[in-house]
Design a protein around this ligand. Structure first.
Ligand SMILES: NC(=O)c1ccc[n+]([C@@H]2O[C@H](COP(=O)([O-])OP(=O)(O)OC[C@H]3O[C@@H](n4cnc5c(N)ncnc54)[C@H](O)[C@@H]3O)[C@@H](O)[C@H]2O)c1
Length: 317
């Protein structure tokens, strides 16, 4: 593992998160991004995240000094065994960048795309080696949150999906193999539903951004860290579990509780949401909010590992 080289293309929020996780896992990392000042921002981001990856545990030989910045995609990917693409969420841009990666990478190097919603079949069109493309969709901050959704396209081989799974699991991640391609994969389909409802509530003046956040964080949000929507509602049915729960709340599914289609993103809604978030930040800078979130998540991660039912079952066997 540790002798392998990984390349990261696009060093924004997600690219930098991958870099920290990959370095912590003992890889040599070569990264590239054409933006002015990208290298400085990348090194600062790795510096900021290092205390947290250290707390979660470093692989033997892991070091933040094993990071190189390359001046082009060709230079970044030519020796890499695994390449993670993290450029902005635009299909045409991703296709262009993936084509360049495919052209210069070793033919057997695996390529993962961090796309939040584009299907891998769309991304592997017109490549010389489409069989090595997977979507590998992580969650921010990538160096703490374990989930990665791995999705193969029509031309991805089973072997490459298995190789990708091994690669991400080798970095301590929890792989969810999304067997059926859909836009938004699984997790973003769920997150998007909550996001659209939140925007409707603010748009209609029912509540502020702060009130919507509270409605989530002080209730359902806490329990979702342990159990997902299904087990949570299984418990909401009391002794009768899901059988009782579906009988009791089933009829409510027909009521107009949700809107699901997104509201129009008007200037007014834009301002309301941005101002609301800035006020809620209570004078904390983005960096302070980020560190505060990281401290919370590291503790939460340790807690949920202890309490996840799957983990509990493993220790009981
Ligand atoms: N932000 C999130 O929470 C999140 C979560 C999961 C997945 N994603 C996905 O990750 C990807 C990146 O998102 P982000 O939030 O990091 O965006 P970002 O805007 O923070 O970063 C994108 C980076 O790509 C660089 N870039 C642009 N063109 C490039 C090129 N031709 N070659 C190399 N680099 C280039 C930009 O300079 C920028 O640094 C998107 O596909 C997004 O959907 C984002």
């Amino acid at each position: 593992m540790a002798n392998q080289t990984v390349a990261v293309v696009g060093t924004g929020v997600i690219g930098n998160g991958w870099i920290a996780r990959m370095l912590a896992s003992g890889y040599d990392v070569v990264a590239t991004d054409p933006a002015e000042g990208a290298e400085g921002r990348m090194r600062h981001a790795v510096e900021q995240s290092w205390a947290y990856v250290e707390e979660l545990g470093l692989a033997d030989g892991a070091s933040k000094d094993r990071l190189t910045f390359a001046g082009s995609i060709e230079e970044a990917v030519r020796d890499a065994d695994f390449i993670q693409e993290n450029v902005p969420e635009r299909e045409d841009l991703k296709q262009m960048v993936l084509k360049e990666i495919d052209q210069y990478a070793k033919p057997d190097a695996l390529i993962g795309s961090s796309t939040s919603g584009i299907m891998p079949t769309e991304l592997q069109e017109n490549l010389q080696h489409p069989e090595r493309i997977v979507v590998a969709h992580p969650f921010h901050p990538v160096y703490i949150l374990p989930l990665v959704e791995v999705v193969g396209g029509k031309q991805t081989t089973k072997e490459n999906i298995a190789n990708a799974k091994n690669f991400y699991e080798g970095m301590g991640m929890s792989v969810l193999h999304v067997r059926n391609e859909i836009e938004g994969h699984i997790a973003d389909r769920l997150i998007e539903a909550i996001w659209r409802e939140s925007l409707h509530i603010v748009n209609e003046g029912i509540a502020t951004t702060e009130e919507v956040d509270k409605a989530f964080t002080h209730g359902a949000g806490m329990r979702y860290a342990q159990y997902g929507p299904f087990l949570t509602f299984h418990l909401a049915g009391g002794e009768g579990g899901m059988r009782h729960m579906l009988k009791q709340f089933g009829p409510a599914l027909k009521k107009p509780w949700t809107k699901l289609e997104a509201p129009e993103l008007t200037d007014e809604l834009y301002e309301k949401v941005v101002e609301g978030c800035e006020q809620q930040s209570n004078g904390m800078t983005m960096s302070e909010l980020d560190q505060n979130r990281n401290e919370f998540l590291v503790k939460l991660y340790e807690l949920v590992q202890e309490y996840w039912p799957q983990e509990k079952n493993k220790t009981q066997v």
